[in-house]
Write a new protein. Sequence first.
Length: 108
Amino acid sequence: MTRARALAARHPASYACWDLMQHPDPAIGDTRTLPCTKRRTLLLGLLAEAGPPIQSIPATDDRDVAEHWYKARQAQGIEGVLQPGFGVDRLTTMLPVRSSTCQDRLCP
């Protein structure tokens, strides 16, 4: 067993995907100007055959469900939720809604 595989076995990790900035298909390419809903559809299409440890984060357009996730998952270490931003470019930005205990840090 290689050192990398041994470390991965001792310290498993997950990669959670929440948005798609660049599609591998050159015909689609840069997706940053697309609405969040379209980017989400493209992301789910790319991840359809991927399994853990690569996964998409859950998403909902139901406010009650989002509030439940926000409150219930803080105990699991989830910092908050992302809310689509409504701007001139129609749903191309995501706004973080974080718990009051979360702080951003910039480490050198």
